[in-house]
Design a protein around this ligand. Structure first.
Ligand code: NAD
Ligand code: AHE
Ligand code: ZN
Length: 369
């Protein structure tokens, strides 16, 4: 079938809106009509060319929502008409990771997913007879996409897909990192570096956890307005200080924070985030994604003296098990998605959405088809 799609033909170049060919779903696969997708900074990261798994040409996009059109052989958990959120972190329920009870990092389709391919090692997308690669197992920048059954969370059909698509990545990641990775408790002091959707969702999660002080850090002061509305107690701009930001935060907090979250993808800030943690127990969670060749460093003494460095993917959330419940929370008004949606645009204007992100003007732009 034909599908309108925004294709990344080359790294560093704008996406091109073209009509691609989409093959029917094969065994264990599902054809989904994407109704809405947002952009996440990770899409921009891969488009920039620094993602070691970035393959081109590809259909990017991983924060979407849609409706099942057709299922392949053997698919039992969804049927045409079901409303779904594609998952870049699959959940097969059977692999070593899924059964460990220790992680959400399912291995069932991860290897082929990282090569831009479906689990059988082929692609369902083409343009003028040339293959187009998939992305993160989701490729939500195409009106019709094919994903593995294990990469779909079936959600309440009453849920507004133009909003709950945000649960496909950003909001779930930030909130999940607070509850599942850090396990923030009442009264804890936290620092959040980077106030995009991920950092703001960390603030929302910290409020849910009844954190005490929530220190929000960004070099763009325009981000402080929403951060405060969502519950930040202090806002700090590193540019207002002539000494390392970790020193500023340690002084503000009588020795450091209980938890910090890096939501930027900057390895220097990752160091600051670790070093602003309290001696003896402070934990820093890396959420931001840094490009090929980038490495983190600190003095080992920082760890010897009790600080902990950990990371979080999709907020530690098991998508098929837990995402439907988060959608219900959003529908019940317990999880407010509205503040994140600063812009909406049609697919044809998706490159403007990337510009808004790079200019620091948007939190999330929702694209409609
Ligand atoms: P975003 O671009 O919307 O937000 C980043 C924020 O960081 C901006 O407000 C920007 O002003 C701020 N910033 C930039 N440099 C800074 C600095 N030196 N000091 C302080 N603030 C600075 O991005 P986003 O969509 O919120 O994503 C944030 C990061 O999280 C990205 O690296 C993205 O790839 C990553 N991410 C990871 C996961 C995961 O599962 N681990 C999921 C989603 C996104
Ligand atoms: N291909 C990238 C992977 C970057 C990365 O860490 N991705 C996050 C999700 S970002 C969503 O916006 C993730 O889930 N990681 C775990 C995984 O299995 O990919 C690179 O840098 O290599
Ligand atoms: Zn994302």
């Amino acid at each position: 079938m034909k599908s309108r799609a925004a294709v990344a033909f080359e790294p560093g170049k704008p996406l091109q809106i073209v009509e691609i060919d989409v093959e029917p779903p094969r065994k264990g696969e599902v054809l989904v009509k994407i109704t809405h997708t947002a952009l996440c900074h990770t899409d921009a990261y891969t488009l920039s060319g620094v993602d070691p798994e970035g393959v081109f040409p590809a259909v990017l996009g991983h924060e979407g929502g849609g409706i099942v059109v057709e299922v392949g052989e053997g698919v039992t958990s969804v049927k045409p008409g079901d409303h779904v959120i594609p998952l870049y972190t699959a959940e097969c329920g059977k692999c070593k990771f899924c059964t460990s009870g220790k992680t959400n990092l399912c291995s069932s389709v991860r290897e082929t997913q990282g090569k831009g391919l479906m689990p059988d090692g082929t692609t369902r997308f083409s343009y003028n007879g040339q293959p187009i690669y998939h992305y993160m197992g989701t490729s939500t920048f195409s009106e019709y996409t094919v994903v593995a059954e294990v990469s779909l969370a079936k959600v309440n059909p009453e849920a507004p897909l133009e909003k709950v698509c945000l649960l496909g990545c950003g909001v779930t990641t930030g909130i999940g990192a607070v509850h599942n990775t850090a396990k923030v408790k009442e009264g804890d002091t936290i620092a959040v570096f980077g106030l995009g959707a991920i950092g703001l969702a960390v603030i929302q999660g910290a409020v849910q956890a009844k954190a005490g002080r929530i220190i929000a850090i960004d070099t763009n002061p325009n981000k402080f307005i929403l951060a405060k509305e969502l519950g930040a107690t202090d806002c700090v701009n590193p540019k207002d200080h002539d000494r390392p930001i970790q020193e500023v935060i340690v002084d503000m907090t009588d020795g450091g924070v209980d938890f910090s979250f890096e939501c930027i993808g900057n390895v220097d800030v990752m160091r600051s985030a670790l070093e602003c943690c309290h001696k003896g127990w402070g934990e820093s969670v890396i959420i931001g994604v840094a490009g090929a060749g980038q490495e983190i460093c600190t003095r080992p003494f920082q760890l010897v003296t009790g600080r902990v460095w950990r990371g979080s993917a999709f907020g530690g959330v098991k998508g098929r098990t837990q995402l439907p419940g988060m959608v219900e929370q959003a529908m019940a008004g317990e999880l407010d998605l509205d503040p994140y949606i600063t812009h909406t645009l049609p697919l044809e204007r998706i490159n403007e959405a990337f510009d808004l992100m790079h200019e620091g003007k948007s939190i999330r732009t929702v694209i409609h088809y």
